[in-house]
Design a binder for this molecule. Structure first.
Ligand SMILES: [Zn+2]
Length: 295
């Protein structure tokens, strides 16, 4: 079965044409972030240009950051400055057909659960370290977001009381300290997380304390999450997971410093997500297929 997945990221909109659960055609366009009308127009163009013959009838799923209501198509996203934006309606107007909207972290987690790092897991967490921090939970074989749509926002767990202001209105949220964007802010003079990680690998002396502190910030949140859920697995995705085993080994070593983790929580395995950049696109398409089959 053919389907289309769209993932609206902070810098690019990713398009994927999917056949037999694999992406057979990739495309992308810059994200017009602040303007929902321009964004809907841009997504519609990608679908018309790359969707091939018959795009009008195949399942189309769109993954978006923020609080996404798949039923009403309304999106509230602090990081985008969106309050109840009718993205579903705007897309339907542009395309002359309906699409399925899904929250981006949930879409990516479902893809990891179906075909990636969380396959077969019954109690697991998913954490994306990117511009912000996204979270998802599978509890006793059920995605928690099916129970509470706006739940598992791990990025807004407060790890520094009275700390840095967050777009959500609180202070000291986890994502202000442990997202990829936070690393870039802390490092100063670097333009991307990748550049910083390269410098750490090369052993640039000034960057090492920043990196160690950053890993500690990640671990502090992980310890809280493990204390609450005691999951079998935590899978880490998002832009920074591209650093692969280098990041994973640093986190695992960081976790060993925490007494609670050593004594009680050794059963929690920390892994890297498998689907990388494609998780959102695959998850959006899978959500659309599920909706299609359910009629
Ligand atoms: Zn927050």
């Amino acid at each position: 079965m053919k389907s289309i997945g769209i993932d609206i990221g902070g810098t690019t909109i990713k398009f994927g044409l999917i056949e037999e659960e694999k992406i057979v055609l990739h495309a992308q366009a810059p994200t017009p972030l602040k303007d929902p009308f321009a964004l809907a127009h841009c997504i519609a163009d990608l679908i018309r240009n790359y969707g091939g013959q018959g795009w009008e009838t195949i399942p189309i799923g769109v993954a978006c950051a923020g609080d996404v209501d798949p039923k009403t198509g309304l999106v509230t996203a602090d990081n985008l400055g969106w309050m109840q934006v009718p993205l579903g309606f705007l897309l339907e107007k542009q395309l002359g057909r309906s699409v399925v909207l899904e929250q981006d972290t949930h879409a990516a987690m479902m893809a990891e659960w179906e075909n990636g790092s969380l396959k077969g897991e019954q109690n697991a967490l998913y954490l994306t370290l990117g511009t912000g921090i996204g979270g998802g939970a599978i509890l006793d074989g059920r995605p928690y977001r099916e129970i509470r749509r706006s739940g598992s926002e791990f990025g807004h767990m407060i790890t520094h009381a009275g700390g840095e202001p967050c777009p959500c209105g609180e202070f000291g949220c986890y994502e202000r300290y442990a997202s990829a964007a936070a690393l870039v802010r802390q490092a100063k003079g670097y333009s991307s997380a990748r550049e910083i990680i390269d410098a750490v690998r090369e052993g640039v002396p000034e960057i090492l304390p920043v990196w160690e502190n950053y890993i500690d910030e990640i671990c502090v949140g992980l310890i809280s999450l493990i204390s609450i859920f005691v999951p079998d697995v935590i899978s880490i995705g998002g832009g920074i997971s591209a650093a692969g085993d280098f990041l994973l080994n640093a986190i695992r070593a960081g976790m060993e410093k925490h007494t609670a983790y050593r004594q009680y929580y050794h059963a929690t395995e920390i892994r890297l997500a498998k689907l990388g950049n494609d998780a959102g696109v695959l998850g959006a398409a899978a959500a659309a297929q599920r909706a299609f089959k359910e009629g």
